[in-house]
Each structure stands twice: as C-alpha cells, then as structure tokens.
Ligand binder design. Structure first.
Ligand code: ZN
Ligand code: MN
Length: 483
C-alpha cells in the first residue's frame, strides 16, 4: 500500500463514488413477523416460519418499521411516495425463501439530499425498505465459500427491517465519502431509528467506485466494494480501488463491472461475483403484501415530530461562537451541544465553552456535568482562578461526579483556590497600567476622588470577571497597592 499522505489520484483522474448504506432499524420485532429484533449469540433462536421462509407462511408489515423508514426519508429531505414491496429473486442459503422482500421501482423515499458539515451536498436517489438476510459462516479454509469445509446458517437476522439509502454518484473525494457516512450516522442517531453501529453491522456501507479523466462527465465502469466495516476502512478501500482502476486504464485495460470484497488486513480488494443487472433478479410485485399508502397527515405528523437535526444544531452553535467547524462537528456528534448551549445561556463565554468541551469532555458519561456547573468552571477559568491545566482536571472530576460535580469544591479539594487572589492581583495590576490617570486620582486625590476611583476600578474588575471577584478582596488589594 502506498503512503497515506500521497494524494488518492493524480491530477488527471477524478474519483466518482456513490454509496449504498444498509441500516438496521431499531424496532422491537422483525419486518414481517413477531420475532424479536435483537442480537442473540445463540443461533436460530429468534426465528419463526415466516422469517425462515417456510412454505405457506405469510408476512405482515411492521408499522413501526414503515414509520421509521419515512422518518429517515424526511430527515434526508426525500419525498415520501406510495410504495409497493417487491420480490428480488436469487439463491443464497441465508435467504431460505430464495427471494428478498424489498422495494424496487416504487420505493418509499425518493429524491433527497445530505449536506456534509463543509456544505457539500450529496444527492440521495432513494431510501427503500427491505428485509435483512440471515448470516452464513463458512468454516475451514479462509472463511470464504470456495475453500470451506462446511457452512453454517443463522437466521436470527433474517427478516430484520432495513432501510437502504442509495446516494447519487456525487462524491468526489475520500474525505467526502467518510464525511457522508459519519453525517448519516449522526442523523440516524438524532432521529433514533437505528443504533447505527458499523462495527456491529447495524450500519453497512457498500461503495460504488469508478474513475474518469478530469473534465469528463462520463460514468465509467464501477465496482461495488463490500465488507467495509469502519469509516477508516471505507477511506482505504475507496483509495485502493480508485488507484486500481487508474492503473488498469493507464496500462490499456479496463475494470470489469463486479462486486469486490474489501480485505482490511491485506489492504486490498479481491474480485467477487460479476455484478448482476437488475434484470437478473426478475423483480416482481410481492403478492402477499398490500401497497403502502401513507397519507399526507401521516407525513405531516412525522415532520412535526422531527427533532432538530445535526446540521441545524451545528448552525445554532456556530451562530453563537467563532470556533472552527470541526469543533462544532465533534460537540454535536457527541450530543454535547445542549450542554454547551445551556452554559452559554447562563453567561459563559461561547468559544471557551465549546473548546473546553471538545478538548476535555471526550468521555462516554458526562451526565454529572450540567450547564450551570460547566458555566461556573468556564467562569473560574476566564477570570484566572484556574489555569487551563487546572480547568481540565476539574472538568474530568466533574464528569466523574466527584464532590457532587461542584467545580468550586473540586478546585478547593485540589488546592486550586489559592490561584484566586494571585489572579485578581494580576488583573488589578493590568487595570492600573491601563488607566494611569485614574490611578493617580485614586492614590493622590482627595477623599471624594479616591472614593470615585475606587468605584471605577471595582467596576472594571467586576466587568472583567463578570461579577465573580470578591468585592472585599478588591478593596483590600487597591488599598495595599496605593501605599
Ligand atoms: Zn420470525
Ligand atoms: Mn439492499
């Protein structure tokens, strides 16, 4: 494999990527039967005649799955259409019916878009409902069917509801491909339709990759990369595949349209089956299920209940602060934006709040940190009661729930409160040198001048510390400095 810093492609070639993402919906039961939709380590325990595809069994559509699918569609800006289920015919042992019940020419969601954090917009062709297949394990050999001694099939996953989100081939860089998947994941989590865990297979990404000469708008032969199980892996796979295509073209050959298997350990893709065209699947309408015909009211209800999506949440924080985009991305991705907004609302400095959260609240559990205590911490840091290092330590202890999560108690416990008078003195010295005339009136003037100037300096300090300074300590400091 080439150096990571090497650009993916030379100047003459452009990358063209479309992504197909399968997402398992977090419903209680499967798509067409009452079996539990939950991961089980014991094979073939969440099964019934319907999801085993036994003759005579009939599917019943899961209403929640349809609702989740429509919610996802609307979150991606799709139009929701009346739709029909279809049979996609193929033989594979993990789909005992010998067809997958999916949607074909009349999918539920069409024509949406996904805006990446940097503003790039990727078109969504469709987001359709379908069932998952079971899982085959090839035992012996390299884990592939060709050299296996025998294979085992687990139908626990068969019939789990999926939405497949198909993008247009609008993606031009590896970074955008990765950003697309992570933004889609953020949306899925925000609308609570899936746990979207790539590593556990509840979100699976296939990448259609091709290349073309820069300046051309043709779509050349694409290969579909499968078995990608992390965002990092997605980047590596696309980069490898694009370079493979360029190498073929530059040596006078061309890639074949095929499915390719990404080998993460080997850092390369290997040929799978040559890709079928839609004709090969002999799609036809599923006769055992009625068409889905959501009403305008149902769609309106879904829209009304839509939570604020990650892009809007980033924009909301962005309007209040001047931090870099990646800070907003991280804070929203971790779901810490409400915490940040709360702290800003009670008066803490927005940039300091966001930066402190991004840098020092990368923990799984922060429920013992709330807007008020975070604002107090930021305030203590702003006025110099805490150094940056100390603030970091205090925040870690707050997140761990020590001393009731109270930043003052934690700072006192560490002996950090000694900083306060020093910090105040630094501030007073600064004010004295910034306002020499006022200081002369304070030290050399009559009683009324002195009183007035004491009020002036105290006011300045209170303003600088947002009222956090101790008034008596200020008076004492001013008195001491004037002697
Ligand atoms: Zn079942
Ligand atoms: Mn699919």
């Amino acid at each position: 494999m080439s150096d990571l810093h090497e650009p993916a492609l030379s100047d003459e070639w452009e990358l063209v990527v479309g992504l197909e993402v399968h997402v398992e919906l977090a419903t209680q039961t499967k798509l067409f039967c009452g079996c539990a939709n939950e991961f089980s380590t014991e094979p073939n325990t969440n099964v019934c005649p319907t999801c085993l595809g036994l003759p005579g069994s009939l599917p019943v559509m899961n209403e929640t799955a349809v609702e989740f699918a429509m919610r996802l569609g609307r979150a991606l800006g799709c139009d929701v259409h009346p739709s029909v289920m279809a049979r996609k015919n193929y033989f594979y042992p993990d789909m005992a019916k010998d067809f997958q019940t999916t949607q074909y020419d009349q999918p539920t969601n069409r024509d949406g878009e996904l805006a990446l954090a940097d503003g790039t917009v990727v078109g969504i062709e469709r987001a359709h409902i379908e069932e998952d297949a079971g899982k085959t394990t090839h035992v012996g050999g390299g884990g592939r069917i060709n050299d296996a001694t025998y294979s085992l099939v687990d139908y626990n996953r068969a019939g789990v509801p999926l939405v497949e989100i198909v993008s247009h081939p609008d993606i031009r860089t590896v970074e955008h491909a990765k950003a697309y998947v992570s933004e889609l994941r953020n949306i899925l989590l925000a609308i609570a339709v899936s746990d979207a865990k790539m590593e556990e297979g509840s979100m699976r990404v296939d990448a259609n990759v091709s290349v073309r000469p820069v300046g051309s708008d043709e779509l050349r032969t694409r290969c579909e990369l499968k078995n990608i199980n992390s965002i990092r892996s997605l980047g590596r796979a696309i980069e490898y595949e694009a370079r493979r295509h360029v190498d073929l073209y530059e040596s006078g050959e061309a890639p074949r349209q095929e499915t390719r298997h990404w080998d993460e350990d080997g850092g390369r893709s290997t040929a799978g089956r040559s890709k079928e065209d839609a004709d090969d699947y002999r799609y036809f309408q599923e006769p055992d299920l009625v068409p889905l015909a959501p009403t305008a009211e149902q769609v309106a209800e879904i829209d009304a209940a839509m939570p604020v999506l990650p892009a809007a949440r980033r924009a909301r924080l962005g309007a209040l602060s001047s931090v870099a985009d990646d800070v907003l991305v991280t804070v929203v991705e971790r779901g810490q934006d409400m915490l940040a907004l709360g702290a800003i609302e009670v008066g803490a400095d927005p940039d300091k709040v966001l930066t402190r959260i991004q840098n020092d609240l990368a923990v799984d559990e922060w429920s013992s940190v709330n807007a008020e205590t975070l604002a107090v911490l930021i305030q203590m840091e702003s006025v110099g009661e805490l150094s940056a290092t100390q603030a970091k330590q205090v925040l870690a202890d707050m997140a761990a729930g020590l001393h009731g999560g109270d930043p003052r108690a934690i700072a006192a416990f560490h002996g950090f409160e000694a900083m306060e008078s020093d910090a105040l003195e630094v501030l007073v010295d600064q004010l004295i040198s910034d306002h020499p005339d006022e200081w002369t009136r304070f030290t050399g003037g009559d009683d009324s001048d002195r009183k007035k100037m004491q009020g002036f300096f105290t006011g300045q300090i209170m303003k600088a510390t947002k009222g956090q300074a101790d008034g008596r300590a200020v008076a004492e400091l001013l008195g001491r400095k004037s002697k």
